[in-house]
Design a protein around this ligand. Structure first.
Ligand code: HEM
Length: 208
């Protein structure tokens, strides 16, 4: 009964917003002189933190439909948009920190950095694919777009792939976090493969 009320939604908003709430705590601690909070380069540290949480948020969003299929009575699918939008907020802040705070909105700095570190273009591509998904995530857009809505929102698979390569290309030494995050993401992407269809195609091929 409780699952049908408004409280689970509020609670899940709070859970999904936790990385941003914690980021705020870190900013306040850092601004009040606690240098252990965000280290010597707070903007850089915060950008990495938001990039990782953006990717984790996308992965949580990806996990909702397989979970929904396994436990349909919880109707977890109702909360997929909520997690997707909080992940998108992390992506936006990650990008704002880079373009506004770290590059000072200076076109010359941005261009030379992109030439030096082309993985940034992949990040921008991921962001550009997420924008139409965020805009059309409402029930109204879903109705208006019909079957094209699902086609458009399948872009999330491409976004995940692009974000993983973006992540991989900037790792300098410790691959631990990358390996952990990418393993979960790849497993979730593999779950999307139409196993039943592949099985029946394989069976048909063997009969001929
Ligand atoms: C789908 C969108 C995106 C996701 C999921 C994402 C995720 C990530 C992740 C996980 C990292 C590694 C963080 C770390 O461990 O240090 C990262 C780094 C980075 N991202 Fe993104 N990103 C996205 C979009 C963007 C965009 C749009 C930009 C800039 C316009 C950008 C610029 C960067 C830069 C410059 C770094 C390197 C940070 C460093 O030097 O430590 N990202 N991103």
């Amino acid at each position: 009964m409780l699952l049908n009320s408004v409280y689970p939604r509020l609670l899940l908003h709070l859970v999904a917003a936790m990385p941003l709430i914690y980021a705020l705590v870190l900013i306040i601690r850092s601004a009040t002189g606690d240098f252990t909070a965000l280290g010597a380069d707070p903007a850089e540290e915060l950008m990495s933190y938001l990039g990782q949480w953006a990717l984790i948020g996308i992965i949580v969003t990806l996990a909702i439909s397989p979970l929904n299929r396994r436990v349909p009575r919880l109707r977890l699918i109702r909360y997929r948009r909520l997690f997707g939008l909080w992940a998108f907020a992390c992506v936006c802040l990650h990008m704002v920190l880079y373009t506004v705070v770290l590059s000072g909105l200076n076109m010359e700095v941005l261009l030379s950095d992109i030439l030096e570190r082309p993985f940034i273009i992949l990040g921008v591509l991921g962001f550009l694919m997420l924008v139409p998904m965020a805009i059309t995530s409402t029930a109204g857009w879903r109705r208006r777009l019909g079957r094209n809505w699902s086609r458009l929102h399948r872009l999330i698979y491409l976004v995940t792939g692009v974000a993983l390569v973006h992540f991989f290309l900037q790792v300098r030494s410790d691959y631990g976090e990358f390996v952990l995050i990418s393993t979960v993401a790849i497993l979730l992407l593999l779950l999307r493969l139409p196993f039943q269809k592949l099985k029946s195609l394989f069976r048909q091929a063997r009969q001929h």
